[in-house]
Ligand binder design. Sequence first.
Ligand SMILES: [Zn+2]
Length: 529
Amino acid sequence: MADNVESGVLKEYEKLKNLFQDYTQINNTISILHNDQQISMSPGSAPDRAEQMGALSKIAHRLINAPEIKDLLEKVEAAPSESFSKEDQRNIKLMRKIVAEQNISEDLSTAISNICNEGWEKHTKLRDAGDWSQMKDWIQHSVDTMREVGRDKKERLGFASAYEALLDTFNTGMKAGHVAQELGKMEKSLPGLIREAAQKQKEEKPPVAFSGTFPKEQQEELCRRVLEAMGFDFNRGRLDFISGHPSSGGTSDDTRLTTFYDEKNFFKALIAAIHEGGHGIYNQTLPREWRYQPAGEPLGMDLHESQSRIMEVQAAMTPEFFEYLEIQARDIFNRPDDPALSAENMRKLRQTVAPSFIRVYADEITYSAHIILRHKLESALIEGTLTAEDLPQAWNDGMKNLLGITPPDHSQGCMQDVHWPSGAIGYFPAYTLGDMGAAQFFAAACKDRPEIRSELKTGNFKPLQEWLEENVHSKGSLLTTEEIFVQATGKKLGADDYLNHLSERYLGKPYTAPVSAPILPQQKTPEIN
Ligand SMILES: [Zn+2]
């Protein structure tokens, strides 16, 4: 290509990058406004804030759908690939993906935002009473609309199915078949693992429960110390205690974390702070040279969740971490002799296995069972092999099979989550893919840097943090999820390391796959009428 043509294309690419920078900045501003709403805005200001965020969303939508962006993108894509570095080529590919995803008909776009807004409201209003007759039609409406969204995305972007297209919204590049295969492995093994772990714990001395109160200011101090040890940069971020649900948001240089708290149990604030801190550190250490570009953004929710869970359930549930926590907790709460604060006791409290109905309160090992069930049901709903009419029964059957318990009512059953009523179908697998990823990264990191675990005894997260920055955070979206896993761990994201981790932690032995039941000689099955 002639030099002047090449420099023309590079100029066009620069223009495109500037437009994407504006687009990212608008979305970042929405995130900061959202965080401000949670931590400091007065409740009466909510309608005003909704207007502000709505206006910004409209501007972002208009910007990304502007003919100028489409025109520039087409020109840049038409240039020979060697005009751009490998990283720029990846950035251009991601630009196209964002434009294609945002470029949906106005009808569908309105339908999605209606389901999201109305769904949240309906769920908040109806959940506690658990009246399915009032929720059933709405869930079917949400499923039907999201199926249409999935089909539309499938046609335009070439996914294998409508469900895979929806899955991709939250788990970039994840194939539906691969997710089904890995969750299928877990489904086979988990019920046995849970039973064995619960049985083993029954035979042990139970842990001592926390007693008395743990003042809020002291809990704040503990969370701050632990987050600083983890590597969260308070100079470019903050943590607030709120009454609502914990979250992380903001931008790389203004990372906002929130946690809730319970005066009787400091684990509640601490665990959520560690979880959100893992998300926050990922945001803070994304590649600076790609800031505000698609290639510099975090990858999907599955990878994001692996970064929160590697802190929360891998590092911060090791016996070594509890040694560090004991010293900090005794010091901050001034309880030198409280038996509940011994490292071993806190480990036992954190690792108690007990099947329960509500996903968000589930322990580490039973949590995935809740996700396996939701993945099966939501994919069947989108495929149309299950309807909202039959959902409660399918839910209860699944709970019985996976966890051996049946919810007493729908509020503790199929009406507990906000995801389906608000249209977030395809989201749930991100939680367990995140757990699998966390286990896989942690195993690889400990192999590369054997001092990782022993250093946690003194709260030194540096070796782990350095490994994560080098192998995950600094990659942003420059590589695909699969490439990140293969380069960092030598294999694709899968269930094996996670199952091994659960077996080592809860049963004290390496994982062995369950032996299938012996095949009996075929008998003639009587006709069922
Ligand atoms: Zn999370």
